[in-house]
Ligand binder design. Structure first.
Ligand code: GRF
Length: 210
């Protein structure tokens, strides 16, 4: 069986990339491989982590380039590797409409809040400042808007009185690593359908493709 090829875009630490790579290696995302990791930032630790795993990892600096021109370079690399699914993993850039159109329902993002609450930067701090009692994380399909596309999976994390953004972030991150793997598997296995904004997921593994 041919493997589905995943391309990961990141800008920083890369723990979600590492979690996906570990899941692929352990067979939790069967018949998939991470074919390329791309970063817009030169010093992203995620790039070194990918290279250490023997994955093709490249930096494409975004400085000074218009969004469309930059996205063309990224798209060219993804096409060169014949990527089936793009996973944003701490990728600090909005995608151009051209990029989104090139991978219809084939781009996922993970965000550390229960969207649509607290999109954008520092969502853990936003949740605490707002006085929310629960936060969590969201895996969603990507469109041109920030943290806005149809939601595939979410996980809830209770907020504790003693929480700081860092403590809350650590507990959310553990859930991120778990549900990103699950969401990638669902999407690659085609175990979902989209009705309007709703992603209806068949949670039974091994279910027939829709
Ligand atoms: C994660 O919290 C992710 O949800 C958000 O950016 C952070 C990236 O962390 N989009 P890492 O680079 O995957 O460790």
């Amino acid at each position: 069986m041919t493997k589905k090829r995943i391309g990961v875009l990141l800008s920083g630490r890369g723990s979600n990339f590492e979690a996906l790579a570990a899941s692929v290696a352990a067979g939790r995302i069967p018949t998939a491989e991470i074919s390329i990791v791309l970063s817009n930032r030169e010093n992203a630790p995620g790039i070194e982590k990918a290279r250490a795993l023997g994955i093709d990892a490249r930096v494409i600096p975004s400085k000074g380039l218009e969004r469309e021109a930059y996205d063309k370079l990224v798209l060219a690399a993804l096409r060169e590797k014949e990527v089936d699914l793009v996973c944003l993993a701490g990728y600090m850039r909005l995608l151009s409409p051209q990029f989104v159109a090139a991978f219809p329902h084939r781009i996922l993002n993970i965000h550390p809040s229960l969207l649509p609450a607290f999109p954008g930067l520092e969502p853990q701090r936003q949740a605490l400042d707002h006085g929310a009692k629960f936060s969590g994380c969201t895996v969603h399909f990507v469109d041109e808007s920030l943290d806005a596309g149809p939601i595939v999976l979410q996980a809830v994390v209770p907020i504790e009185d003693r929480d700081t953004p860092e403590l809350l972030g650590e507990r959310i991150l553990r859930e991120e690593h778990r549900i990103y793997t699950e969401a990638v598997r669902i999407v690659l296995e085609g175990r979902y359908c989209i009705e309007g904004r709703r992603v209806l997921v068949n949670l039974e593994r091994g279910a027939a493709k829709n």
